[in-house]
Design a binder for this molecule. Sequence first.
Ligand code: PEP
Length: 252
Amino acid sequence: MSNASLVIANWKMNGNRALTRNMSEVLRDNQADFKGVNVVICPPYTLLSEMAGHIYYDDVALGAQNVSEYESGAHTGEVSVAMLQELGVEYVLLGLSERRAEQHESDQLVAAKAATVTQAGLTAVICVGEDKAQREADNTWSVIQAQLEKSLAGLSATQMARVVVAYEPIWAIGTGETASPAQAQEVHAKIRGWLVENYQQVGAKTPLLYGGSVKANNAESLFSEADINGGLIGGASLNGEDFCAICRAAKG
Ligand code: PEP
């Protein structure tokens, strides 16, 4: 049985107008198959407006891949939460390993962005995960616990109610190598325990997503684990049929 109820597509720096149209048509034609599963599409900034014009189905929402920690002002090249809200964006991805590595985003910056996002009433999707060397050195949990502590620092219970946590082992992102359902569940169970300890009932309800080479053929086994509440999907979210198959797996 599936325990999943949220599937998020992260297009990264991919896609074009044709894909927004194609994806929305495929989602529309297949939506009955995954009714009740919340689906979020995060295209690049430049396609948000186009995508907003196409998404009009129940259970499909719009997400952004990043946001500024500032509300407005002299921050050339940045995009504010208010600008995203004006387009109908409801979710923002934060702390993806690619941004941590390429843009040198720290846990402190992720926390500042999470505060801005949740204060405005949007949902922050906070990504955490260990690299291969950290896993091999048996440091997986200490790395993730530190990321959780620092990336969620200062959020109130009300703000925490607008947080989704995504476990994305770096060694599994875009590599085709997936954590086994048991490996993913082991980490998810620890994250759940940490959330309950720190945020009680709110933490018990925080959706926990798994990300890292989730495909149509492995989604069902991952989503059947007790503490895996859905997926954050990169490569397989660029093809409508593949992405719908993952959404179907979430429905179970
Ligand atoms: C991601 O984009 O967050 C991701 C997990 O990518 P992929 O599914 O391609 O591994």
